[in-house]
Design a protein around this ligand. Sequence first.
Ligand code: SF4
Length: 208
Amino acid sequence: MAEYKRPQNEQEFNNNFKDKTPLMNDTQAYYESSRCLFCYDAPCMNACPTSIDIPLFIKQIHTGNTEGAAKTIYDSNWIGNACGTVCPTGVLCEGVCVYNNQDVPPLQIGRLQNFATRTVIDSGKQLYKPGPDNGKKIAIIGGGPAGIACACELRTLGYTADIFEAKDKPSGLTVYGIAPYKISNEEVLDEVQYLQDQLGFNITYNSA
Ligand code: SF4
């Protein structure tokens, strides 16, 4: 049995925790998206807990509409970037991709999802804006993924959304419970900031 070797320096430590699914470049995303068969009644979409239209966003990536692909993802899942990385895709969308029936590697759906969402996060592309103010305020207890998603949804409907979070960072489990080889805290926080910049929900930290 291989013996665990404790990292001896920062470089070894960083190497141990480096990203297991690095961001695709444009060429990799173009090639990978070209493999999709755009199945009717796509099993990958049916297996997605948030019902993202996976064949659509893959097609959008393949045709150069990466921002449209990100919108397709965020329309179904406000935490689309983090989920593309931390979701157990091997037993969900990728696990049921029809290529598995031919002993061919399934589409790398999670990495394609990250490619699209990271594109808009990094560029700051505005995809959403708050709905017309309806004069109503809603308090949300907890700034984890559900609280953030709730706030985004409410803002698009014109509510003022105030999140009260016990800790000093948003995103709950995604920040405090996921190993950095899956997703770094910086990447998680970038996505929350991206959503907050567009939709303007409030978060009060250390408040419970
Ligand atoms: S099951 Fe695989 S090939 Fe079919 S639409 Fe989904 S990702 Fe594409």
